[in-house]
Design a protein around this ligand. Structure first.
Ligand SMILES: [Zn+2]
Length: 246
């Protein structure tokens, strides 16, 4: 879905735990750069290639990838993507999530005890698929870490906002030119309505709710939530309410 000139909310379908659902990486570009924010699940390279092509930005144009955080549905497509682009792509993430993305530490949501709980009751075939991923989680090098408040000088300016809670190094990104908030999983949405972080997948809810206070002051016209997609009505008011609810 085209959000603004040079901003597209891609739509991919993932089917991992909890049945099929849509996920929404964001593609941001201008004449010089093409930046993908989050990369889908392992095995989604062709779906990403097709989604980029439909947005009018061939995958080969990619210059950078920004990862909002370490979770598998956000970094899973990265290793294959880096291999497919055919030239250097700079990967950016927050320092606190870097060791998980690089495979130095087990991703926090893949903690074996936590996973055993979630695997209970899954059909055998699906269970095997998930177990294979847990045994060998996708990882890729982070070229550069970014910090809260940093403004990346790409595509009209991208403000980095550290929004921990869902993971320690979770980032949200504010696209200055189009006043678009790419929330990652700091927020979700349903039916075009902005909602707070999901408790079941957010290990530190207190911190996640505190993080919302950093988003409320932004002048946001459109939000892209990774789970739930684009929200373009009453965004500023919803953000203020969600932040106030903390
Ligand atoms: Zn997610």
């Amino acid at each position: 879905m085209r959000v603004a000139e040079g901003v597209e909310a891609l739509e991919l379908t993932m089917d991992f735990l909890g049945g099929p659902s849509a996920i929404h990486p964001t593609l941001v570009w201008d004449e010089r750069d093409a930046i993908l924010i989050d990369t889908g699940m392992p095995g989604q390279l062709e779906a990403i290639r097709e989604a980029c092509r439909r947005a009018g930005v061939p995958l080969e144009r990619l210059t950078r990838v920004i990862l909002t955080h370490q979770d598998i549905d956000h970094i899973g497509g990265l290793p294959a993507l880096l291999g497919a682009v055919g030239h250097e792509v700079e990967v950016l993430a927050h320092a606190l999530d870097r060791p998980y993305i690089e495979g130095e530490k087990t991703p926090i949501k893949m903690d074996p005890r936590r996973m055993a709980e979630r695997l209970k009751g899954l059909p055998a075939e699906q269970r095997a698929q998930v177990e294979a991923v847990i045994k060998n989680p996708p990882h890729a090098p982070v070229d550069r870490t970014v910090e809260d408040g940093e403004v990346l000088p790409y595509c009209g300016g991208i403000t980095v906002i550290h929004t921990p809670g869902h993971t320690p190094g979770h980032l949200s990104l504010y696209l200055q030119r189009s006043r678009t908030l790419v929330s990652g999983d700091a927020l979700v949405s349903e039916g075009g309505r902005l909602l707070g972080p999901r408790p079941t997948v957010t290990p530190d809810m207190d911190e996640a709710v505190r993080s919302l206070a950093k988003l409320a002051p932004l002048d946001v016209v459109t939000a892209i939530t990774y789970h739930g997609g684009v929200v373009d009505r009453d965004v500023a008011r919803s953000l203020a309410e969600l932040a106030g609810a903390g």
